[in-house]
Design a protein. Structure first.
Length: 202
């Protein structure tokens, strides 16, 4: 589907912004629990590359990306950085996060890096009248829950890109939402996968 060399090209164009992002994350982590402390020693692979591997999967026709449970901004802010520095197709990136402190961090990164993103400090269930070309999520919920949350945002050609761990097959089998699921091996962890989901029944 894609190769590390391809992702390296996207990351190379964004290095300055990414290192500012990482430095700010480490400073804020002292006061706000944004990521696991263990992952701070390898932010580049654990968070940046893990998020960046979604970038080649974004359709060239996509304009709006919505990210569920954005937390510290992975994958959405990483994708916004790549989109900005590689003249990507996205014109609207919306981050949904219910934790106010995490939203303050997201807004700080967006301000410093001049990222044209919208940050909604709300619960996903309370948001209406927004449609997405791409929906992303990382570590928020199981596949069935994510797809049910996605339904109000779904259009005919919407693509869902969910980063999942070793329980992925069980989650797929327990999913009740009719859709087409492609399972793609993660390049950052042998136990992890990307689920590319299309044709979601509303």
């Amino acid at each position: 589907m894609f190769h590390m060399k391809q992702i390296d090209i996207f990351l190379k164009a964004s290095e300055k912004d990414i290192y500012i992002y990482i430095d700010t994350l480490k400073k804020w982590q002292k006061a706000v629990n944004l990521v696991s402390n263990a992952s701070l020693n390898d932010v580049w692979n654990r968070h940046i590359v893990d998020s960046a591997q979604l970038y080649p999967l974004i359709p060239s026709s996509a304009k709006t990306l919505i990210d569920f449970g954005s937390g510290a901004g992975f994958p959405a802010l990483a994708l916004a950085i790549l989109n900005k520095n590689n003249q990507g197709p996205l014109t609207q990136i919306i981050l949904i996060e219910s934790d106010t402190k995490k939203c303050l961090f997201l807004k700080e990164i967006a301000r410093v890096l001049k990222l044209p993103v919208q940050i909604l400090n709300q619960r996903i269930e309370n948001i209406q009248n927004i449609s997405a070309d791409v929906i992303t999520s990382r570590g928020l919920a199981d596949v069935d829950t994510l797809l049910n949350l996605s339904r109000p945002f779904i259009q005919k050609d919407t693509v869902c890109l969910f980063l999942k761990g070793k329980s992925v097959q069980k989650e797929i089998e327990e999913n009740t939402v009719p859709c087409s699921i492609e399972k793609i091996k993660s390049i950052t962890n042998s136990d992890s996968f990307i689920l590319k989901i299309t044709e979601v029944l509303k």
